[in-house]
Design a protein around this ligand. Sequence first.
Ligand SMILES: Nc1ncnc2c1ncn2[C@@H]1O[C@H](COP(=O)(O)OP(=O)(O)O)[C@@H](O)[C@H]1O
Ligand SMILES: [Mg+2]
Length: 437
Amino acid sequence: MHQTNPEILIVDDTPDNLRILTHLLVQQGYEVRAATSGQMALESIQLRQPSLILLDIYMANMDGYEVCCQIKASPETQDIPVIFLSALGDQSDKVKAFEVGGVDYITKPFQAQEVLARIATHLTLSQLTKTLEQQVQERTTELAQALQNLQQTQLQLVQQEKLSALGQLIAGIGYEINNPISSISGNLGFAQNYVEGLTDHLKLYQSEFPQPGERITQHAVKIELDYLTEDLPQIMQSMRGSADRIFRLSQSIQTFFRIDVNHPVLFDIHDGLESTLLILKHRLSASKHRPEIQIIKNYDLTIPQISCYPGQLTQVFMNLVTNAIDALEEAWKAPDANQRSLRIEIRTLSLDEQKIGIQMIDNGPGIPAKIRAKIFDYLFTTKIKGYGTGLGLAIAQQIIEEKHGGKLECHSFEGQGAEFVITLPIESAVAKSNLEW
Ligand SMILES: Nc1ncnc2c1ncn2[C@@H]1O[C@H](COP(=O)(O)OP(=O)(O)O)[C@@H](O)[C@H]1O
Ligand SMILES: [Mg+2]
C-alpha cells in the first residue's frame, strides 16, 4: 500500500519543539515537514500542500496569526486545517486563533496523546468535508444537466405544439384559399380581355352609328356610359392586383406554416424570408404611434437552396424580425426619436462552399452587454408581462444550432442597434438526418 501518509507541516521557531513534535509524528507514521519561520512556512506550502499545519503563534518577524491569514486568503490553500500551538493559555489568544481561521488550539506544554488525537480528528474531518464537497459538486452538475434537459424538452414541446396546432390550422386555411383565389385571379385575366373586347365593340357601334336613337341615348346618360367605359378597365386591373396579392399571401402562408416532414428538404431561404415579411406586413406598416419600418433587402440570389426544415427556419426568421420590430417600436418612444428612420436590413450571403449566412440588422436601441449575455436563455425577457415570452431566441438558437448544425450569434452594443447572424450549412443537415435514420 503506497498511498502516501498524510503530511504535516510543523511551523515553530524553537528547534527543541520542532524536534519533539517531528519525532512524535514520524513515529505515528505521518510524513513531516518543518519550517522555522512564517515566511519559510508560506514558501513551503506554495511548493506542496500539506494535509494539516501545526502552527506556533509567537514567532519572530511574522507571527502565526499572520501566517494563518495568508493561508486562508488563498483559494488554493484555504481548506488546509491549521492547528495553533501556543505556550500561553490566554483566553483571548484562543479566540483570535479561531477568528483567523484555525480549526483548533493546543496549549504547550502538550500531552502527546492529546496532540495525536486532535490531529487525527481534524484530518478525518477535513477528508470528510472534501468528499462531501465533491459529492455536492457531482450532484449539482447532475441536477443542472437534468434541468437543462427538461428545459430543452419543454422547448421542443412548445415549439412542436405551436407549429402543429396553430400551424396546421393556418396552413389548412392557406391551402383552402389557394384554389378559389387562383381561379379568381386566372378568370379575372379573361374577364379583363372580354371587357376590353366589349368596350372596343361598343366604341365601334358608336362610331358607325353616331345617332343610335332616343332610348339608347337616354340609357347611356342614365348609366353614365362614358365614365363607366373609362372606369371599368381600371376596376378590373385593381381587382386583379388584389387577387394576386391574396394568391401570394396564401402561398406564403403555406410556405411559412409548412408542416415539416421529419427529414430536411431543399429550400430557397429567400422564399422563407419573403413569406415571413409578407405575414408580418401589418406590423411593418406605419401606425398611429410610429412611421413605417423600412425593410432593406440585400439578397445574394446566387446562393443555392439549402437542405433544411423550412417550417422551422421561417419560425426563426419570424422570431428575429418580430424582436427587431419590438426593439424599433421601443426606440421610437425615445425623446429624439423622430430624427431617425426605423430600419431593418436583411442580408443573405454565401460564406464559403459549405455555408451560407443570413444577417438581420436593426437600428433600434441595441442590447447592453449585461443583457446580451442572457438573451438566448430560456424564459429571459425584458418585455412587460404578457408581451414577451422569453422563448423566441431560445427556440431560434435551438432550431439553428441543434436542428441544423448552424450558428446563431448576436452582435450589439447599447445605442447602436442589433445584428443577428445566422450561419447555416448547405448540406450537413442531410448528413445528420441520415445518421438518425
Ligand atoms: N433586435 C433586438 N434589439 C434589442 N433587444 C433585443 C433584440 N432581440 C432580442 N432582444 C432582447 O432579447 C430578449 C429576449 O428575446 P426573446 O427570446 O425573443 O424573448 P421576448 O421577445 O419574448 O422577450 C428580449 O426581451 C430583448 O431584451
Ligand atoms: Mg421575441
